[in-house]
Design a protein around this ligand. Structure first.
Ligand code: AGP
Length: 606
């Protein structure tokens, strides 16, 4: 994630931009920069490293203006450097960006062919050059902005200055958040309410595809079709906690919606987007590895099961995944030469920590896939693989789950490349697939209205079954865990092929059966399982993709169509509907969504 601020002010902005960037440093801090509009000219200052490096540059070479933008960077395209720091320019356009543009290479080639030269390695500079090329074609600023936005594939939050357009900043959001702040004769753009918090508590949350033009007194917002829209203005509480909830009722709801940006942040730490290859930190020699042993609990265990499917299929590397509380006491037959990976959002779960220590005591190399980088597990392993999804407050894990799976996907690809199972071209293809995941997750979250509707029926159920095959069998486990832990409805996740070995006895007209079945190599089998359930009166919620919807057997109570996705990332894309289903059922039942009964966010006792 990166942090963005824009101010159309009536008093000097440079110090206020720096103040805001310091609040945004949690989003990324490998470089930072400011650009201001003054006297019809745009000037910028940038620095590699933390905000204080930028402050030193500004102390030497101040900027005085009342209109400006600022950015603190988490590098995705291009190494951390002043050259790759934002703001980036293209002709009259200077802008800051949070997100990943998937088609930046094609656009860059097109612009270079048209004679444009580039200063940086970033995808962001491509956006600036693209807008400038539309200005060159005679379009007015807003029209040029919209034309450029329509060419972009990927995720972005933007704040844009056009040289000579005083008292004017444009902004846009897709897949990364952006808010408008309303002051007294001043207007603001920011990554979140925290960014504009020092200046105003009147915040308007832009929606997916929105773009906006602000001046001293107004914000003109347009939807993705270019139609003027009104978005509600909220007065946010001064308390950081409430502000962190943003536009949402619960942390869990916010964290589900944060996944597109969270996964961008995670993925960008494990790939070199410019070279189109994986860049997994820690120096593990996957070619020499004989086996991976994953130990974890709960949702983290389920992420590990998905990792097993992908690492074994792509890299032909044996992976065992085990519930930590069982593993630690059963005296497993361990051998050096294997890598033990602890999966844990908190990095403090007692059973997982004990299992990890068991592996370490037997001479295994150890790694941890964790969110809390200062946690006990992170301090005790040989290799730390952070998931970089920001603090997860809701007890039910959502964004950490998809972030964990994202890390395991990157590891699967890196291991496949290291073991010669895929060539450079295939690695570049799958890296591009991985870069596209945040956008597809955002589209999948768009199923929320359909989910909210079916939640009314699910909330009445006594028992719910979740079925899937392959990696979707693990997602079935996760869907069941989410539902039971926050709505208290009994739910079970099963490999769909197991249905006839017992669970089908549960199926009657009162039993909702959630079947997760993208149109992949398992689809036909899952479709026949669906027919078996329908034949016994089961109420099927079929979650698939467009091709799967076209081939689905008749009789489902509802068919939900998530976006089509490569099997490599389908669990990332199909996670949102099951997370949202659990959330909305729990809300309907009046459960304490963020702090469900009997649970804790981190189980640091046995
Ligand atoms: C997930 O929604 C649950 N809150 C729980 O199963 C959790 O995943 C488990 O306790 C493991 O926690 P950790 O990832 O912090 O180790």
């Amino acid at each position: 994630m990166c942090g963005i601020i824009g101010i159309v002010g009536k008093s000097p902005v440079t110090d206020r931009i720096i103040e805001s960037l310091k609040r945004l440093e949690y989003r990324g801090y490998d470089s930072a920069g400011v650009a201001v509009q003054t006297g019809g000219k745009v000037e910028r200052r940038r620095a590699q490293g933390k905000i204080r490096a930028l402050e030193a540059v500004l102390a030497d070479s101040p900027l005085t203006a009342t209109v400006g933008i600022g950015h603190t960077r988490w590098a995705t395209h291009g190494v951390p450097s002043e050259r790759n720091a934002h703001p980036q320019t293209g002709g009259r356009v200077t802008l800051v960006h949070n997100g990943i543009i998937e088609n930046f290479a094609e656009l860059k080639a097109e612009l270079q062919k048209a004679g444009r030269t580039f200063e940086s390695e970033t995808d962001t500079e491509v956006i600036a050059q693209l807008i400038d090329s539309c200005l060159d074609a005679g379009q007015a600023p807003l029209a040029a902005f919209k034309s450029a936005l329509d060419r972009l594939t990927g995720a972005y939050a933007l704040a844009v200055l056009i040289e000579g357009e005083d008292n004017f900043i444009m902004g846009a959001r897709r897949g990364s958040p952006l808010v408008v702040g309303t002051g007294e004769g001043e207007m603001f753009l920011g990554s979140d309410a925290l960014a504009v918090g020092p200046f105003t508590n009147k915040v308007t949350y832009l929606e997916e595809g929105d773009y906006v033009a602000i001046d001293h007194d107004s914000a003109r917002i347009f939807d993705e079709h270019g139609a003027p829209v009104e978005r509600p203005m909220k007065v946010v509480s001064a308390s950081a906690a409430l502000v962190e909830k943003g536009n949402y009722r619960h942390f869990m709801e916010k964290e589900i919606h944060d996944q597109p940006e969270g996964c961008q942040h995670t993925i960008s730490a494990y790939i070199d987007a410019v070279a189109g290859r994986t860049a997994v930190p820690g120096g593990v020699d996957f070619a020499a590895l004989e086996r991976i042993q994953i130990v974890a609990c709960g949702t983290s265990y389920i992420a590990g099961v998905i990792g097993k499917y992908l690492i074994e299929r792509l890299a032909d590397l044996p992976v065992d995944v085990e519930i930590a509380s069982e593993f630690r006491y059963r005296e497993p037959a361990l051998r050096p030469g294997a890598l033990a990976i602890a999966m844990s959002q908190s990095g403090e779960t007692a059973d997982t920590l004990a299992a990890l220590r068991h592996c370490k005591a037997r001479g295994m190399k150890t790694a941890a896939v964790v969110n809390a980088q200062e946690s006990t597990m992170a301090r005790e392993v040989d290799v730390v693989w952070p998931i970089h999804c920001g603090p997860e407050i809701g007890v039910a894990s959502t964004k950490a789950f998809t972030a964990q799976v994202s890390v395991l996907i990157a590891i699967a690809v890196a291991a496949a490349r290291a073991r010669g199972r895929i060539d450079e071209a295939e690695e570049q293809r799958v890296v591009k697939v991985l870069l596209g995941a945040p956008r597809l997750i955002a589209e999948s979250i768009g199923l929320e209205d359909a989910v909210r509707e079916i939640a009314v029926d699910i909330a009445k159920a006594r028992d719910v079954l979740y079925l899937g095959r392959g990696p979707m069998s693990a997602l079935a486990l996760e869907g069941a865990l989410k539902l039971k832990e926050i709505s208290y409805i009994h739910a079970e996740g099963y490999a769909a092929g197991e249905l006839k070995h017992g669970p089908i006895a549960l199926v009657d007209e009162l039993t909702p059966v959630i079947i997760l079945a993208p149109f992949d190599s398992y689809f036909e089998k899952s479709a026949s399982n669906m027919s078996e359930v329908i034949a016994r009166g089961g109420q099927v919620v079929f979650i698939t993709d467009p091709e799967g919807a076209r081939h689905a057997p008749e009789g489902a109570k509802v068919v939900m169509t998530a976006p089509a996705s490569d099997p490599l990332i389908s669990t990332l894309v199909m996670a949102a509907p099951i997370q949202l289903l659990a959330y909305h059922v729990a809300v309907l039942k009046g459960a304490d969504v963020d702090q469900p009964r009997n649970l804790a966010k981190s189980v640091t006792v046995e």
